[in-house]
Design a protein. Sequence first.
Length: 382
Amino acid sequence: MAGSFGEVIENKRIVVCVGSGGVGKTTTAATFAMEAARRGKRALVLTIDPAKRLANSLGLDDLGHEVQEVPHERLEAMGPCEAGGRLFAMMLDQKQAFDEMVERYARDPEAVKRVLANPLYVQISGTLTGSQEYAALTKLQAFDESGDYDIIIVDTPPTAHALDFLDAPKKLSEAIDSPAVEMFRKMQRGGSLSAVGKTGAYVFKMLAKFVGSRFLEDIALFFGEFNDILGGFKSRAEEVFALLRRKDVSFVIVTSPETMAVTEALYFHQRLIETGMPFAGFAVNKVHDNAAVELEVADLASQLAGLAKVRALELQPVSLRLASESLLGAHEDLQKLAVADLQAIDRLTEVAPGAIRRQVPFFNSDVHQLESLARLRDFLFR
Ligand SMILES: Nc1ncnc2c1ncn2[C@@H]1O[C@H](COP(=O)(O)OP(=O)(O)O)[C@@H](O)[C@H]1O
Ligand SMILES: [Mg+2]
């Protein structure tokens, strides 16, 4: 097992950043890619939902779904770069990734047109269970096969539950094989209600009363047409799942020290182990500074009184005292958070003592500029 995230970057081809929503997956994925590029790799970050300003900073404004190269000068602004290092970024457009899959698996160009124009497809391509994760994975597979990159860092969707990512291929297969979908397929193939048997026909008739028979026919038509494509999705899902188990793949679990996030990180860790996915370590982001101060209100008040800016305000001693009291109170609250953070982080260490674990502080501002990723880098790759 690698001893540092630096080693992960040096030796792996695919790094997948997973974790609960809002913990810093996208930011961490961008930081990994930036650092890999600085170390001389052709690095691609496949990002999913970058905050708008980070997207701007990576040059991904409205271009979407196209690989963009981050200008080399911007990379050099983050410290010396080894020769050959290049940073590429792509924002996954889920709908477009799905359309591409339809094009690949449909029988003929006419079928592609019909499917893409079907109102049901327009609905379903965005909402199918696990579709976003699945689209990301197939895109990853294509980039991996292209050989254009030394390393690909994969950001994962902003799902509330980190597990959705691992379950996506299975969920998709299950949905495709579900009796309901099968019934619509039969109906389309048979061309009439009798194809679905007595019970099926009864169900459809009842349904038609509510939603109209035209709508049901649209659905049946859609599943008939979509049959080949779904079959393609399904076999592909299995391949994609196998890809994630490769030795040159590495999962980084990103988490904040919040109890819920840590609980989910631990569960996710267990799932990775169970399913034979290669786990590298934890990136614990947004950790509160642990800095106890032994300061009395009177000491702080007199220190404040010594500051030129405070003197200029000409405050009464009682105001200074009150201000010092609230400052120390606020610090004490932060300190409580810092202690709770340490306890949460201990839970990670207990479960995976040998895993890499790096902590990144909770900065006092968001991390939206490419340049500010260097702050994360200093902690992750220390
Ligand atoms: N260490 C940090 N300190 C302060 N803000 C952070 C830190 N890491 C990330 N952020 C901010 O938190 C927000 C969520 O980060 P993001 O990477 O988009 O999370 P995720 O992809 O897991 O949903 C962003 O606004 C980002 O700038
Ligand atoms: Mg994100």
